[in-house]
Write a protein of this length. Structure first.
Ligand code: C2E
Ligand code: CA
Ligand code: CA
Length: 603
């Protein structure tokens, strides 16, 4: 049975006199019976007390008014790591001193004891957290008793503390990467800003991964998660121990650098290192994955003294880095603020414009050089903005691509153009531009089929123009969409050929029906030999692969003559006509014949 260490007096002693008296007085068996019952009752009570004390989850120790230990339970011994013999009947101050010698007592035992006694005498309780052996933490409460002594209870709170710590950690860290989260980062930034002095500088680096969405979309979220973990490891490797790397969500990371005489050159060096290291290939599930990092930087105090402002400015610089071609870093500049604001307004306008149908499709004729007749029209969208007037696509297509609004806009252009083309002569085809962003939409093929079918246009009369970047992004998915379109009867053109990634293998990767030579070569053809060489190479390649070649941006008759000589099949440009509203198309078709004299006038 469990043991209680204490001095419960033997009931036999204090009842002895009375019992003797009774025995003598009554000398009867009744008195003996009474004594036996009383003794049994006391023993039962002691047993209950013992059981209760030993089954307590707390350690318990009682002291008399002087501070001498009068009783304690076994759990108390275990928790304090002391034997019963070393506690029994000891004065608490002696125990403290002994612990001090063993290195198990912080502070001065005499002072501590005096303080404790004075509290107890004042009828006040005392409580403290005690870090015991084996990493355990205890909550000790000393509670005064009526006789001037006190009882100490010791509770093991290690598990509770551990759980508490875990909860606190979770609230301030990202569960995937274990990096500090936004809240933790903001706290660190606030702290750093409070310490900001003339010498001390702060840099906030907002990092966004390039092409991460493609990894997630094509290889799945588990692979995406692995990439994010690896990125966090690499980022942590790039910084000093005193810097903070946090994950704000998705593929957004942020770094806080703070230090004396932190120079923009140091920050730039670190940013370049990050771009390089994050850009190194990842090997996950035996797949080689390549992503990049774009970085926006703001510095305190010059770019702001408030946490929110610094983050916002770094974010604006990040946006600039992304639009300047990714894989780069940019510092915040005051003008960025205004341009970001303008972008926000334009995005809102664009959304509203879709609902209000403020767009219009213009058509530019493409001529066949053998027949000198219009062979097709290219659909070119315009935005009839209520305040800014007619806006060219360059002013809103990039934003529409970025915000995903290109999908509904592209669908609208396609439906409208198919309806218009259905009114033209059967001999004239329609060309529609498809942006790379539209290929990310799984419904692209079905929406094209629907537009063509609804307009009752023969699919053979539709031609879609894509650029090389469509093939770069998600090669397999793009090729599959192109094949589906081709099987439906739609023709595919390679637009702006010669710019961008420009690789002949792109021309071979799909049986294109047409290749459009970019206008930059056409316009420089007469002036620059290499442009002429490119035009010549593309037309020759077109001929050998059986692909029609169309020269864009033809502005002069000299250019036209050269293109004829090279054997280019089709031409398009201001020399013949600018893009025109649908209503003018009829008129153009009426005079569907091009002669060298008229061409110049038309320009
Ligand atoms: P693009 O597909 O290369 O279209 C040809 C652009 O060159 C048109 O500009 C056209 O007006 C212009 N152009 C034609 N002939 C000449 C010329 O002789 N000289 C010069 N300097 N320019 C000429 P636009 O209409 O401003 O369109 C610009 C770009 O916007 C297009 O380039 C195309 O990439 C994009 N775009 C236009 N409409 C759409 C659309 O509906 N959907 C998508 N995704 N993109 C579109
Ligand atoms: Ca085009
Ligand atoms: Ca083009």
């Amino acid at each position: 049975m469990a043991q209680i260490y204490g001095f419960v007096s033997d009931p036999q002693n204090w009842h002895f006199g009375i019992l003797t008296g009774l025995a003598w007085l009554l000398a009867s068996g009744v008195a003996i019976g009474l004594f036996a019952r009383l003794k049994a009752k006391l023993q039962q009570q002691k047993l209950r007390l013992d059981t209760a004390l030993e089954n307590m989850s707390q350690g318990l120790c009682m002291h008399n008014a002087d501070g001498r230990i009068i009783m304690f339970n076994e759990r108390y011994c275990k928790m304090t790591g002391r034997s019963a013999a070393s506690l029994k009947d000891r004065h608490l101050l002696d125990v403290f001193k002994e612990r001090k010698v063993l290195g198990d007592f912080v502070g001065d035992p005499e002072i501590y004891f005096a303080d404790l006694i004075s509290k107890i005498r004042a009828g006040k309780s005392n409580s403290f957290i005690w870090h015991g052996a084996a990493d355990r933490t205890y909550h000790v409460v000393d509670e005064p008793m009526r006789d001037g002594g006190w009882v100490s209870t010791v509770e093991d709170i290690s598990d509770w503390r551990e759980a508490q710590k875990k909860i606190e950690h979770m609230a301030r860290h990202d569960s995937l990467t274990n990096l500090p989260n936004r809240r933790h980062f903001s706290e660190q930034l606030e702290l750093a800003l409070q310490r900001l002095s003339r010498k001390q500088q702060i840099a906030v680096l907002c990092i966004d991964l390039d092409h991460f969405k493609d990894v997630n979309d094509t290889l799945g979220h588990p692979v995406g998660d692995e990439v994010l973990k690896e990125v966090s490891d690499r980022l942590s490797m790039c910084v000093r121990k005193s810097d903070t790397v946090a994950r704000l969500g998705g593929d957004e990371f942020v770094i806080l650098l703070a230090g004396e005489n932190l120079q923009p050159t140091d920050v730039s060096a670190m940013a370049s290192r990050i771009v390089e290291i994050v850009g190194m290939p990842y090997e996950i599930d035996e797949q080689k994955i390549i992503i990049g990092a774009s970085i926006g930087i703001s510095m305190a105090p010059q770019d702001g003294k408030e946490a929110d402002q610094l983050l916002q400015n770094a974010d604006m610089a990040l946006y600039r880095a992304k639009s300047d071609g990714r894989g780069t870093c940019r510092y915040f500049e005051p003008g960025m603020d205004a341009s970001a604001q303008a972008r926000r307004i334009l995005t809102l306008d664009l959304r509203a414009a879709l609902l209000r149908e403020e767009f219009e499709v213009y058509y530019q004729p493409i001529y066949d050089l053998k027949t000198n007749k219009i062979t097709s029209f290219e659909a070119l969208v315009r935005w009839n903005h209520p305040i800014r007037g007619m806006m060219p696509p360059a002013a809103f297509i990039p934003l529409a691509e970025e915000t995903g609004l290109i999908v509904p806009l592209g669908e609208w252009v396609l439906r409208k153009a198919c309806q218009d083309a259905a009114q033209w002569s059967e001999a004239v085809d329609l060309a529609v531009n498809l942006s790379p962003a539209q290929f990310k939409n799984r419904d692209l093929v079905s929406s094209i089929i629907e537009a063509v079918t609804t307009a009752a246009l023969s699919p053979r009369r539709l031609e879609v123009e894509i650029t090389e970047s469509v093939l770069i992004q998600d090669h397999e998915a793009a090729l599959s969409a192109l094949h589906q379109l081709r099987n439906f009867g739609v023709r595919i053109s390679m637009d702006d050929f010669g710019t961008g990634y420009s690789s002949l293998s792109n021309l071979r990767s799909f049986p294109f029906d047409k290749v459009k030579i970019d206008q930059s070569f056409v316009q420089e053809m007469e002036l620059q030999d290499d442009s002429m060489a490119i035009v010549r190479a593309i037309t020759a390649l077109g001929k050998s692969l059986g692909i029609t070649t169309t020269a864009e941006g033809v502005e002069t008759s000299e250019q036209l003559n050269l293109l004829r000589l090279e054997g280019c099949a089709q031409v398009q440009g201001y020399l013949f006509s600018r893009p025109q509203p649908a209503s003018v198309v009829e008129e153009l078709l009426l005079h569907n014949q091009v002669s060298e004299q008229r061409e110049l006038k038309a320009g």
